[in-house]
Design a protein around this ligand. Structure first.
Ligand SMILES: [Zn+2]
Length: 183
């Protein structure tokens, strides 16, 4: 669902969200339907649980790219990590290095992670971050199937878009639903 502000004046600059493993383990607190999402091969390989792999797949269908950070940025992230300490896996470092790569090129970027060591390294490198569930879940996400060409929402078992006749679909989170608090 496109917001009107996308078109005319007041166009909002898109933020590239670099997702770490925790984003796939508990994605319920995230609403990234309007956002650009990327992750790394190291993160993909680190995912263990079936739930995380399913969520990863949904993000891929929604257009997420899986990238390799460049060597220079990995070295820079590693050096800084050594300076400030903290336990970081290769996957953690790859996420920060990828974010650093975009930052160096003047892009708006934010790391999505619940990992304190990752967040700490981001702060140290001047990279923004968003936590996944630390503030508690406030919204549930329902996924819908949309035509990749005309953006029409189609039934999940539809194989051809009824409007444009093409069969290229993507999964996107629907409008977020605020969770009702009981008691
Ligand atoms: Zn269509």
């Amino acid at each position: 669902m496109r917001k009107e502000k996308d078109g005319k004046r007041g166009r909002k600059k898109k933020i590239i969200h670099v997702l770490d493993a925790s984003a796939f383990v508990k994605p319920e607190g995230l609403n990234l339907s309007e956002e650009i999402c990327v992750t790394t091969h190291d993160v993909m390989e680190e995912l263990k649980s079936l739930q995380a792999k399913i969520t990863f797949d949904i993000f891929i269908k929604g257009g997420m790219d899986v990238l390799y950070p460049d060597g220079e940025c990995i070295r820079e992230a590693m050096e800084r990590a050594r300076e400030i300490g903290g336990k970081l896996s290769d996957a953690d470092l790859s996420v920060v290095a990828l974010a650093l790569y975009f930052k160096k090129r003047g892009k708006e970027v934010a790391v999505v992670s619940d990992d304190y060591a990752v967040q700490n390294l981001c702060v140290s490198l001047g990279i923004k971050f968003r936590s996944v569930g630390a503030r508690g879940i406030t919204h549930s996400i329902k996924w819908v199937k949309k035509c990749a060409h005309c953006n029409l929402r189609v039934d999940t078992d539809e194989n051809i878009c009824p409007r444009c006749g093409l069969s290229d679909f993507r999964w996107v989170p629907a409008e977020k639903n605020k969770l009702r608090r009981k008691n």
